[in-house]
Design a protein around this ligand. Structure first.
Ligand SMILES: *[C@@H]1O[C@H](CO)[C@@H](O)[C@H](O)[C@H]1NC(C)=O
Ligand SMILES: *[C@@H]1O[C@H](CO)[C@@H](O)[C@H](O)[C@H]1NC(C)=O
Ligand SMILES: *[C@@H]1O[C@H](CO)[C@@H](O)[C@H](O)[C@H]1NC(C)=O
Ligand SMILES: *[C@@H]1O[C@H](CO)[C@@H](O)[C@H](O)[C@H]1NC(C)=O
Ligand SMILES: *[C@@H]1O[C@H](CO)[C@@H](O)[C@H](O)[C@H]1NC(C)=O
Ligand SMILES: *[C@@H]1O[C@H](CO)[C@@H](O)[C@H](O)[C@H]1NC(C)=O
Length: 620
């Protein structure tokens, strides 16, 4: 709450100061794939050369529709670079922004045309491209949303859905007034307004605010012309007269928008516009009027009701009366919940009257996603580089949101008290990881389960793993971990499964782990370089002081010496016996005496070997 107030104050203050100084709004335009800055007509607009992307390949572009900016390159993101790629632009001042992305087609006959993919802004899914977006008469070649940017960055991501490689022509981040399109109580940081439709009624040509010489704070909106709503019962009118009250704070509509209009005729006094929308969503609808018909000269001469999906939204609209005169702009807005797939706006003229309308804007109200704890995001990025995560994982943008496209291998959990996501599991088993496990893993403080089994991870097990107090499952089996098992793992009181088998670990297993085995935990230490110390493993050699080691060494020498002396005495004695035997049995066969002799020699050589085998094992 305090944050919100602070933010409100700050953003009000900053816009106030900027507007008062006449400073232009922040504007960042990127020509994706371009190697040089590009300037486009009519006002020599600057598009920066490509930067701030997480991957992808630059290519020449085919512009699929009449409304794309005149740019000749794009950037596309093959699946081999991961399912999620982003533009992350830093140092964006806190404020309210119109964010827009145009899409293109790779200019190469070998490319599957028309990729379908998802788009997220600030980690909230705002749009999914649908079949036919690239046909030349379609205005669905861009996605646009109004969003508050509050952490100094703008994050725009493109998510593969298995229908071709996302391909992006341009990125625009244009600051607008902090109160622009304030649609009611839910307006603010928690919601994003996605532009669904923007119609300039009665106009002949598509126009941007820029073409209309509109104010820069308007966000350079695109206005699609509509000559008729389709029943053939309406007619387009226009005026050269100047329009009052149009280009005013906070929305700064171009005056020219009100110089054309559609009016109903005697054949059908109602004006009805119907469009397709996503079902089960809330929409903010903005309707624009100005009395430019020379037949109407004063208040109460034209009165009509406005219905949205057959519910009355506004009653008895009298444009001249409400705006204060002819050729004067009137803007109405309302919010509606739509369950079905169509949105119908009906202007119902009262007896003998005709309806009039200049422009229509429809926004989808999207609840902004909460983000993942920043500390956990940076820990995962550290893991990504240390473990040498393969490119196909991507791991760009936010790990948990949009919820439709989480990172693979990271399990997310929502903390409703903090309104943040955190990571409670890592499952990267059998993924060909080759790096080492960084101590930063301990910053994922909410982990309950880790499985890195079946990779080629080498180096030590980080001791800080023992600080992840909720850890229940740790499977590092079938890797190349070496060194000893950190003593700290013994502090993991909730540990149920610990698989360290098939590594290169050595040394003493922490005694506390041995204690846990009594509480039905399941541990596997087999197939390592040499672990010891708990039941089921060999006992470790005692730990000895330097003095004791010298003592034992000295004692072994004495024992060795004694053994040598003894065997020499014994051999001497045997020699004597042999000599007496030879003297006593001169007539016995020669061969027999020789056999006996050789066996005796073997035995005497054996004694020192046995002694030396026992020595080192005592020392170790
Ligand atoms: C893109 O177009 C330019 C000229 O318009 C050409 O020189 C260049 O080779 C093209 N690049 C590719 C990858 O086709
Ligand atoms: C839009 O409508 C809401 C409520 O219906 C109103 O509070 C708000 O002032 C309107 N905004 C503008 C800019 O007219
Ligand atoms: C639409 O808005 C109402 C409140 O005005 C809210 O309760 C509802 O959940 C919203 N619906 C969607 C789909 O966001
Ligand atoms: C870890 O992953 C491996 C390989 O997929 C699997 O066999 C093993 O059961 C998993 N470990 C645990 C504790 O679930
Ligand atoms: C573990 O292996 C690395 C090489 O991967 C080596 O540099 C390091 O010394 C080894 N550590 C121990 C304790 O054997
Ligand atoms: C421990 O791991 C080895 C392979 O490394 C396996 O053969 C054995 O079955 C495992 N023991 C248990 C109890 O899971």
């Amino acid at each position: 709450m305090f944050n919100r107030i602070l933010f409100g104050f700050f953003s009000f203050f900053s816009t106030f100061v900027l507007s008062a100084l006449g400073a232009p709004p922040y504007a960042m335009r990127i020509s994706c794939g371009a190697r040089q800055n590009v300037y486009t007509p009519p006002t020599n607009t600057l598009w920066y050369k490509d930067f701030a992307y997480t991957g992808g390949i630059p290519a020449n572009a085919t512009r699929p529709s009449f409304i794309t900016p005149p740019l000749s390159t794009l950037r596309y993101f093959p699946l081999s670079e991961g399912p999620e790629n982003c533009y992350i632009i830093h140092r964006v001042p806190t404020g309210h922004y119109s964010v827009r992305m145009f899409f293109g087609l790779v200019d190469d006959p070998n490319f599957d045309n028309e990729p379908l993919f998802d788009i997220s802004v600030e980690n909230t899914l705002i749009y999914s491209l649908s079949t036919g977006w690239s046909s030349s008469d379609n205005e669905q070649v861009f996605a646009e949303a109004l969003v508050f940017l509050i952490d100094g960055t703008a994050s725009l991501c493109f998510h593969s859905t298995g229908h071709g490689d996302p391909a992006v022509l341009s990125i625009e981040i244009l600051q607008v007034d902090d109160k622009a399109y304030n649609f009611g109580p839910l307006f603010g940081q928690g919601t994003i307004l996605r532009t669904v439709k923007r119609l300039s009624c009665g106009a002949g040509k598509p126009k941007f605010d820029e073409d209309y010489s509109g104010n820069q704070w308007g966000g350079d909106r695109f206005w699609n012309p509509v000559k008729t709503f389709g029943q053939g019962s309406d007619k387009a009118i226009s005026t050269e007269s100047s329009i009052n009250k149009a280009s005013a704070s906070p929305n700064f509509y171009p005056k020219a928008l009100y110089q054309t209009a559609l009016v109903s005729t005697d054949t059908e006094p109602d004006l009805t516009y119907t469009m397709d929308v996503e079902p089960n969503s809330n929409y903010s609808i903005w309707l624009h009027f100005a009395e430019i018909d020379s037949l109407v000269t004063g208040a109460r001469q034209r009165v009509f009701d406005i219905l949205i999906n057959s519910d009355i939204a506004f009653k008895a609209i009298d444009v001249v009366g409400m705006s204060g005169g002819i050729n004067t702009a009137l803007v109405l807005n309302t919010t509606v919940a739509v369950n079905g797939r169509t949105l119908t706006i009906t202007l119902r003229a009262a007896n003998g009257n005709h309806a009039i309308i200049s422009a229509i804007e429809v926004f989808q109200i999207i609840v902004a996603e909460a983000k993942t704890l920043p500390n956990e995001v940076s820990a995962l990025q550290s893991l990504k580089s240390a473990l040498e995560l393969p490119h196909r994982f991507g791991w760009n943008g936010d790990p948990c949101v949009p919820q439709q496209h989480p990172w693979s291998g990271a399990d997310c959990h929502f903390d409703s008290s903090k309104s943040k996501w955190f990571i409670d599991g890592l499952g990267l088993d059998n993924q060909g990881l080759r790096g080492f496990l960084p101590a930063d893993i301990s910053r994922l403080a909410h982990l309950q389960s880790i499985n890195f089994s079946g990779n080629s991870i080498h180096g030590a097990i980080p001791s800080l793993l023992g600080t992840i107090s909720g850890l229940e499952i740790l499977d590092l089996s079938h890797n190349f971990f070496n060194g000893s098992i950190p003593e700290s793992l013994g502090q993991l009181s909730l540990l149920q499964i610990l698989n360290l088998n098939s590594n290169k670990l050595s040394g003493k297993v922490p005694a506390a782990l041995g204690g846990m085995l009594l509480h039905r935990a399941s541990f596997n230490f087999t197939d390592n370089a040499g672990l010891c110390g708990i039941p089921g493993l060999p006992t470790c050699g005692p730990h000895l002081s330097a003095g004791a080691k010298v003592g034992i060494g000295f004692a072994s020498c004495i024992i060795l010496l004694l053994a040598v002396v003894c065997s020499m005495c014994w051999w001497k004695r045997r020699q004597n016996i042999l000599r007496t035997q030879k003297l006593a049995a001169r007539e016995a066969p020669y061969a027999k005496a020789r056999t006996n002799f050789s066996r005796d020699v073997q035995m005497t050589i054996h004694h020192p070997r046995i002694a030396s085998e026992n020595g080192p094992s005592l020392l170790s």
